[in-house]
Design a protein around this ligand. Structure first.
Ligand code: UD1
Length: 360
C-alpha cells in the first residue's frame, strides 16, 4: 500500500499523529499531505511538535478563505500533487473542508478513500461540517467509525455493510499518550489556578462566534460564572477577530489566552471542574478524561458522549448554560466510557485497510 494521509486543520493533526505511526509499524511508508488550511504556529506547528508528527511530504499552503475558495484551492493543489506522486490510497480524517476536497479529488481519479471518523451526523445541515461528512461518506470506500451510532447512521443511508467497520476513536490514542507528557509549567500554573477549581471554555463555530450579539450574550453569562469559579478561555483566531468590539467588561477572574498547544490543552482539560465548548473533539476528550462538559450547541454529532460519557448539550441560551454549569458542579460525574475508545484505534484502522470493501 502507498497511502497519502491528509491533514489540514487543528483537529486533523490529533488524528493523523497515531495513524502515521501505526502505518509505519505495519511496514507501510505513508506520505503526509498538509493542506495548509491551518498554518499558524499555535494552530498547526505546535501540534506537530507535541504529537511528534513526521514532517509533511507536501504543504499545499492553502490558508484561509471562503468555503468555496478553500475547498477548490485544496482540490486543485492536491490533484497536481497526485500527478507527481505514486499513491494508491488516500486516507482522510474528520470533517473539515480539506477532508472533503481531497476525497473528491481521489475518487474522481479512481483512488480508493478511507475515512477515519465516518458516520457522525448532527442532523443539522446548516453546519458546514455536516455537509462535508455526508459527502465524504457517500463516496469513501472504507467507512471507519468511532461508535455504534455512526454505524447506524451509515446503514440508514444505505452504505454496504462491508464498507462499515467500527474501529473506535483515534483521538483517544493521542489523548492517552498525552496524559503522561504534561508540560513542566502549564497555562493553568501560569494563571495561578493550579489545585483550584476552574472552568475551561472554547468557542469557535461560525454559528455562534460570527454572530456578535450571541457571542456577547454567552461571554456575559460566562463572566457571571467567573464570579463563582474562574474561567479560562483560550481564544481561537476566528473568535479573536470577533472579541475586540463586544462591549463586555470582563472580570479579572475571566482569563483570555492565546490558543494552547496540544499538551497544555489536554492538561487544562484534565484539571478543569467543568468544560464549556462548541467543539466536537473537546466533547470526546472530556468524556475520556472524566470531566464534566457542557456543549453550547443545539445538537451534537457525537451523541455517545452524552449517553456514555460526561457531556450535556445545553443549546445556546446563555442563561440556561449558566444555570446548568452551576448545577453540574454539584452533580456526580459519569464514569462510563464508549466501547473501543481505548487508545488502540490506529492499529485497528491499519488492520481494516488490509481488505478493500465492496462498494455496493
Ligand atoms: C475549521 C473547521 C472546523 C474545525 C476547526 C478547528 C471547516 C469547515 N471547519 O474551522 O470543523 O472544528 O477548523 O479549528 O473546515 N486562522 C488563523 N490561523 C490559522 C487558521 C485560521 O488565524 O492557522 C483564522 C483565519 O482568520 C480564518 C479563521 O481562523 O479565516 C477560520 O479558519 P478556517 O480554517 O476557515 O475555519 P475554522 O473556524 O478554524
Amino acid at each position: 500500500m502507498k497511502p497519502a494521509v491528509i491533514a489540514g486543520a487543528r483537529p486533523n493533526f490529533v488524528k493523523v499523529g497515531p495513524l502515521l505511526k501505526a502505518l509505519r509499524r505495519a511496514g507501510i511508508d505513508p506520505k503526509l499531505v498538509h493542506t495548509g488550511q491551518h498554518y499558524d504556529e499555535a494552530m498547526s506547528a505546535s501540534f506537530f511538535t507535541d504529537l511528534d508528527i513526521q514532517n509533511p511530504d507536501a504543504n499545499l499552503g492553502i490558508g484561509s478563505g471562503s468555503h468555496a475558495h478553500q475547498t477548490a484551492a485544496v482540490m486543485d493543489a492536491f490533484d497536481q500533487w497526485l500527478n507527481n506522486n505514486d499513491i494508491d490510497t488516500v486516507i482522510v480524517v474528520g470533517d473539515v473542508n480539506s477532508t472533503l476536497a481531497c476525497t473528491l479529488v481521489a475518487v474522481k481519479r479512481g483512488l480508493p478513500v478511507a475515512h477515519v471518523e465516518a458516520g457522525l451526523r448532527s442532523g443539522d445541515r446548516t453546519m458546514p461540517e455536516e455537509i462535508n461528512r455526508i459527502l465524504v461518506d457517500s463516496v469513501a470506500d472504507w467507512l471507519l467509525t468511532p461508535s455504534a451510532d455512526a454505524d447506524e447512521n451509515l446503514r440508514n443511508e444505505g452504505a454496504h455493510a462491508s464498507r462499515i467497520q467500527r474501529v473506535g476513536n483515534i483521538m483517544v490514542d493521542s489523548l492517552f499518550d498525552a496524559r503522561g507528557r504534561r508540560p513542566e509549567v502549564t497555562t493553568i500554573d501560569r494563571l495561578g489556578l493550579t489545585d483550584q477549581p476552574y472552568a475551561l471554555m472554547t468557542l469557535h463555530r461560525a454559528a455562534l462566534v460570527d454572530d456578535q450579539i450571541k457571542l456577547a450574550e454567552v461571554i456575559t453569562a460566562m463572566n457571571t460564572l467567573s464570579e463563582t469559579l474562574p474561567v479560562v478561555f483560550p481564544v481561537h483566531p476566528r473568535t479573536a477577530s470577533m472579541m475586540s468590539d463586544l462591549g463586555v467588561a470582563l472580570s479579572s477572574r475571566f482569563h483570555l489566552t492565546a490558543p494552547l498547544t496540544y499538551l497544555d490543552f489536554v492538561a487544562s482539560q484534565a484539571g478543569a471542574a467543568i468544560v464549556l465548548t462548541d467543539s466536537g473533539g473537546v466533547q470526546e476528550e472530556t468524556t475520556c478524561l472524566g470531566v464534566r462538559c457542557l456543549t453550547l450547541r443545539e445538537s451534537t454529532e457525537r451523541p455517545v458522549t452524552v449517553t456514555h460519557g460526561t457531556n450535556e448539550v445545553v443549546g445556546v441560551n446563555p442563561q440556561f448554560a449558566l444555570e446548568r454549569a452551576l448545577a453540574r458542579l454539584t452533580e456526580p460525574v459519569s464514569d462510563r466510557r464508549p466501547e473501543l475508545w481505548d487508545g488502540n484505534t490506529a492499529d485497528r484502522v491499519v488492520a481494516a485497510l488490509q481488505t478493500r470493501p465492496q462498494f455496493q
